[in-house]
Ligand binder design. Structure first.
Ligand code: NOJ
Length: 562
C-alpha cells in the first residue's frame, strides 16, 4: 500500500478561513454518552476536553455537540430549560470555555445545537406561562388555544405529535398548548418578536464564546400558520404532500425571514458563523435552507435512507452536487446520527421487499427489526460492518462536508437489547408498541475493554452497555492496524491531503455494481457494491476498506487510488 499525498491543508481551528466548513469532516458528539469525567454515569464537558487528543488524532475539522444545556432530559437534552447555560449535570460555562479553547488549540472548530422550535416545559418562560392567565403576554410566547367540544374539553385539533400521542396538552385552567414533539417540549410562538430577539441573543452569546457554527434543530417548523379553523390531521397530511410551502406547520417560506436575521448576525463575525439546517423537507425545497441568505447549509439525509446499492448512491450524489452547485452551499453527507439505527446495523439486515418500501419510499431503516426484538440471527454483523466501512470511504471521498457520529469510527452496531426499564427515549414511551426509540445508538462509548463502563467512567453508564462493546473498545482498536478506528484515521488524514476543488467526475464502468469517481488531482474512488471481486483501474491504492484480494477489489469494498 503506497500513500502519496499531493497537498497539505493546514489546520485552522481558531482561524479566519470563511470557507472552513465547505469540505469539513464534522464529528457529532452526544455529550451525555461520550466520556464521563466526574464518574456519575453521565458524560460531561470535562469528559470531552479530556478526549481532545483522541479527536485531534482522528483527523477531524470540527465537532458538533448535541445539546448540553440545562434539561430535564425528557428528550435527551432536546428539551432545553436555559439556552445560555451548561447543564450542571454536565459542567459549567467555565468548563465549556476550557473545552472550546482546547478544541481550537487542536485545530478543531465547534458547532453547537440550537433548538428553536420548542423549549423544555421547565424553561422559566413556560413556567411563567402556566402561572399566567389566558390571553397574557406570558402565554403568547407559546402556542396556547382554547379547546373544542362543549366545554373546551377536547383538543383544538386532532393533530398527533411526532413521538406519538396527541400534539396538544391541557393545562390547569382548561387551555391547551401545542407540542409537535413530547408534551415536555412546548412549541414557541415565532410570530412573537420577543422569541426572535431572545434567539438572536442566544446565537450571539455562543458566537461570542467562540462557537464557530450552529446545527439548527427542526429548522423547518418554526413558522406556523395557526389561523382558524385549524385543518384536521388528514387535511394536514394532504397539504404536506403538496411540497409547495402551503402546509400550516412545516416548511413555510416565512421561516426564511427568521434565518435572514440570523444570517445578518452570523456575518458580523470573522469568520462568519456557519449553520446547518436539520430540515426534513422535500428535496426540491432543501436549497432554500442552504441558501447563503438563509442558514447556508442543510443536511441531506438521502444516503442515510438509501440501501447499500450502486444506482441509488450514484443518483443521490449527482442530484445533491447539482443542488449544492446551484445554491452555492456545499453538500452534506451523513450515514448515522443520534436519531437513526447505526449504519453498520442497517446494512447487515436483509433488505425489505420492494412492496414494503413503496409506502414511504424508505428502505431498511432497522426500526421494524428493533421493534421485533432485534433478533441476532437476522443481523449479519460482519457484512453490515464491511458495507459500512465501504460506504464511509465512498462518502469521505465526495466533495462537501462529511458528518460522522460518535462510535461509527469504532464500527459500532446498534444496541438492540435494552430492557424497557432502561429506555429513555420519549419516542418509546409515547409510541409504545410502534417503535422502541433511539436509545440503541446513544449508548456510552467503550474506551477500554475491561474497566467499569468500558472506560466511559467509573460509574455504571446511564444506558447499559452490552458485553460485545469490549471487542470494539478504542483501546483494542488503537493498535490493531486493520481496525475500523484506524481506517477512519487513515481516511481522514489522507482526505485532508487529497481534498481539492469541490468537483467530481463519474468514470464509466461497465459493471452496474461498481461506482467510480475521480476528484481533481488524480484522486479516484472506486466502490464495489456487488458480491464478487472486481479489477481496479490503474493507479496506486492509497487506502481500501478491506484488504485487496489478488489485486482485486472484493465484494462490498471501497478503494482510494491516487
Ligand atoms: C431532532 C433531533 O435530532 C431529535 O433528537 C429530537 O428528538 C427532535 N429534533 C426534537 O427536538
Amino acid at each position: 500500500m503506497t500513500e502519496s499525498p499531493t497537498a497539505v491543508l493546514t489546520l485552522d481551528g481558531a482561524g479566519t478561513d470563511a470557507n472552513w466548513w465547505r469540505q469539513a469532516a464534522v464529528y457529532q458528539i452526544y455529550p451525555r454518552s461520550f466520556n464521563d469525567a466526574n464518574n456519575d454515569g453521565l458524560g460531561d464537558i470535562k469528559g470531552i476536553t479530556a478526549k481532545v487528543p483522541y479527536l485531534r488524532e482522528l483527523g477531524l475539522d470540527a465537532v458538533w455537540l448535541s445539546p448540553f444545556y440545562p434539561s430535564e432530559l425528557a428528550d435527551g437534552g432536546y428539551d432545553v430549560a436555559d439556552y445560555r447555560n451548561v447543564d450542571p449535570k454536565l459542567g459549567t460555562l467555565a468548563d465549556f470555555d476550557e473545552m472550546a479553547a482546547a478544541l481550537h488549540a487542536a485545530g478543531l472548530k465547534i458547532i453547537v445545537d440550537i433548538v428553536p422550535n420548542h423549549s423544555s416545559d421547565q424553561h422559566a418562560w413556560f413556567q411563567e406561562a402556566l402561572a399566567a392567565e389566558k390571553g397574557s403576554a406570558a402565554r403568547a410566547r407559546y402556542i396556547f388555544r382554547d379547546g373544542t367540544g362543549e366545554n373546551g374539553e377536547l383538543p383544538p385539533s386532532d393533530w398527533g405529535s411526532i413521538f406519538g400521542g396527541p400534539a396538544w396538552t391541557q393545562v390547569a385552567d382548561g387551555q391547551w398548548y401545542l407540542h409537535l414533539f413530547a408534551s415536555e417540549q412546548p412549541d414557541f410562538n415565532w410570530d412573537n418578536r420577543e422569541i426572535r430577539d431572545d434567539f438572536l441573543k442566544t446565537l450571539r452569546f455562543w458566537s461570542d464564546r467562540g462557537v464557530d457554527g450552529f446545527r439548527i434543530d427542526v429548522a423547518h417548523a418554526l413558522s406556523k400558520d395557526l389561523s382558524e379553523p385549524l385543518p384536521n390531521k388528514a387535511g394536514l397530511q394532504r397539504l404536506e404532500k403538496l411540497h409547495n410551502g402551503s402546509n400550516p406547520l412545516w416548511d413555510r417560506d416565512q421561516v426564511h425571514e427568521i434565518y435572514a436575521e440570523w444570517r445578518a448576525l452570523f456575518n458580523e463575525y470573522t469568520p462568519p458563523r456557519t449553520a446547518v439546517a436539520e430540515a426534513w423537507v422535500d428535496q426540491s425545497r432543501r436549497a432554500r435552507y442552504a441558501s447563503p441568505t438563509s442558514l447556508g447549509q442543510a443536511f441531506n439525509f438521502d444516503l442515510l435512507m438509501a440501501d447499500f446499492e450502486a444506482a441509488s448512491f450514484a443518483s443521490i450524489v449527482t442530484k445533491n452536487l447539482a443542488e449544492a452547485n446551484a445554491t452555492g452551499a456545499s453538500s452534506t453527507w451523513v450515514f448515522s446520527n443520534h436519531d437513526v439505527v447505526r449504519h453498520a446495523t442497517r446494512y447487515g439486515l436483509p433488505a425489505l421487499a420492494a412492496a414494503d418500501n413503496a409506502e414511504d419510499g424508505k428502505t431498511q431503516d432497522g426500526k421494524a427489526w428493533l421493534l421485533a426484538g432485534g433478533d441476532e440471527s437476522a443481523l449479519d454483523r460482519e457484512l453490515g460492518l464491511r458495507r459500512a466501512r465501504a460506504a464511509t470511504l465512498f462518502m469521505l471521498g465526495l466533495p462537501g462536508s462529511a458528518y460522522l457520529y460518535q462510535g461509527e469510527e469504532l464500527g459500532l452496531h446498534e444496541v438492540a437489547q435494552i430492557a424497557d426499564a432502561d429506555r429513555q427515549d420519549p419516542a418509546f414511551f409515547r409510541n409504545k408498541g410502534i417503535e422502541v426509540g433511539r436509545d440503541g445508538c446513544r449508548v456510552p462509548l467503550p474506551w477500554t475493554a475491561t474497566d467499569t463502563s468500558f472506560g466511559f467512567g467509573e460509574a455504571t453508564a446511564h444506558l447499559p452497555q452490552p458485553a460485545w462493546f469490549a471487542d470494539a473498545a478504542v483501546s483494542v482498536q488503537d493498535t490493531a492496524a486493520d481496525s475500523t478506528l484506524n481506517l477512519y484515521r487513515k481516511a481522514l488524514e489522507l482526505r485532508r491531503h487529497l481534498q481539492g476543488a469541490e468537483q467530481l467526475d463519474w468514470v464509466e464502468n461497465a459493471n452496474p455494481d461498481v461506482l467510480h469517481f475521480a476528484r481533481p488531482d488524480g484522486w479516484n474512488v472506486v466502490t464495489n457494491f456487488g458480491a464478487t471481486a472486481v479489477e481496479l483501474p490503474a493507479g496506486t491504492v492509497a487506502l481500501s476498506s478491506v484488504p485487496l484480494v489478488d489485486g482485486k477489489l472484493p465484494a462490498a469494498a471501497t478503494a482510494w487510488l491516487v
